[in-house]
Design a protein around this ligand. Structure first.
Ligand code: KMH
Ligand code: ZN
Length: 315
């Protein structure tokens, strides 16, 4: 009788360094300038993140910007200092048209980019409930605007990104699925042959407009993804705000990968702001290792996700 031990599963930690959901007045630790974004990303990679999910901001106001020139102020620095996979957001910031959202990724041809799998409400206006001294006028206006905002990702938009960035640049995607329907949207593109395995599915919990942060929903999303995609995908989990650590812990337990970072939560624990992205990576890494799980290196993440390699990008 032969006994073969299954290969050890490695957990991929993604860190989303600054995003476009939080604003500078919410935390003095949110990376804003290219130097701060680079430092945050490099620290996260040193702490164990093998994928870095990147947005850019204007240095003077902290406003999200799609400007490729701003991305180019930090991408080469990160690449020089780490071996981590760089993943560029195509979600951008609320209100940016798709052409702007895509500009940095099309210019830099990264190994990975995010791809949001459906149009949806994306409410950030609850951020106005807490009284704050706003440093910049754009911040409350940005949050308020989301009461009447649709985050547009139509079938045509998604197909365009798959063709231009996927086919055109050899970029693979972090498929951002905020609800069960987004998994079926992805299945539609898989059926049409526009998406090839292995694919990386980021299931997202707790965005106002997406599926709620209830553990039953995490199990359900996993179950439906298994039915739709079998062994063709790698599953990852992120949850917004206070649900970040509990949901990523659950993901580890249920066989998934995790995403942390100040894009998703500005906290390290109850009432404690995270001072760096690395603190959140270190925390989830410790939890996962305490559960006897192993963390993937960038090389292992590249192999798991079938990426083209860090030497095939244009930055
Ligand atoms: N900025 C958001 C509207 C992504 O990076 O692709 C959503 C987002 C997702 O950040
Ligand atoms: Zn993002």
């Amino acid at each position: 009788m032969t006994s073969s031990k299954p290969a050890v599963r490695k957990v991929v930690i993604t860190c989303a360094v600054t995003g476009s959901i939080h604003t500078p007045s919410m935390s003095p630790y949110l990376p804003i300038t290219p130097a701060e974004i680079a430092e945050g990303a490099i620290g996260a990679a040193e702490a164990g993140a093998s994928i870095l999910h990147m947005h850019a901001r204007k240095s003077d106001t902290g406003q999200p910007t799609p400007d490729p020139a701003v991305f180019m102020e930090f991408l080469p620095r990160i690449k020089q200092s780490t071996d981590a996979v760089i993943n560029i957001s195509t979600g951008g910031g609320h209100g940016m048209p798709l052409t702007e959202r895509l500009a940095a990724a099309l210019q830099t041809r990264p190994e990975m980019a995010s791809l949001n799998m459906g149009s949806m409400n994306f409410g950030l206006f609850q951020g106005l409930d807490k009284p704050r001294d706003w440093q910049h006028a754009w911040e409350p206006a940005y949050l308020e605007m989301t009461r009447d905002f649709i985050f547009r990702n139509t079938f045509k938009d998604i197909e365009f990104v798959l063709q231009e960035l996927g086919e055109g640049c050899g970029t693979k995607f972090e498929f951002e699925c905020y609800d069960v329907g987004h998994l079926y949207n992805l299945a539609h593109f898989v059926d049409r042959g526009l998406v090839k395995p292995p694919f990386f599915i980021q299931t997202i919990f707790g965005i106002l407009g997406g599926i709620g942060a209830d553990p039953d929903n995490l199990v359900h999303m996993r179950h439906i993804a298994d039915k739709l995609f079998g062994t063709d995908y790698q599953w990852s989990v992120l949850a917004a705000g206070r649900h970040q650590m509990s949901f990523t812990t659950l993901a580890g337990i249920y066989g998934g990968n995790v995403r942390v970072g100040l894009e998703d939560s500005i906290y390290l624990g109850k009432g404690v702001l995270a001072k760096t992205n690395a603190e959140q990576v270190t925390k989830i890494r410790r939890i996962l290792e305490d559960l006897s799980l192993e963390i993937a290196t960038p090389a292992e993440a590249r192999a798991l996700l079938g990426l083209k390699g860090g030497d095939q990008v244009s930055f």
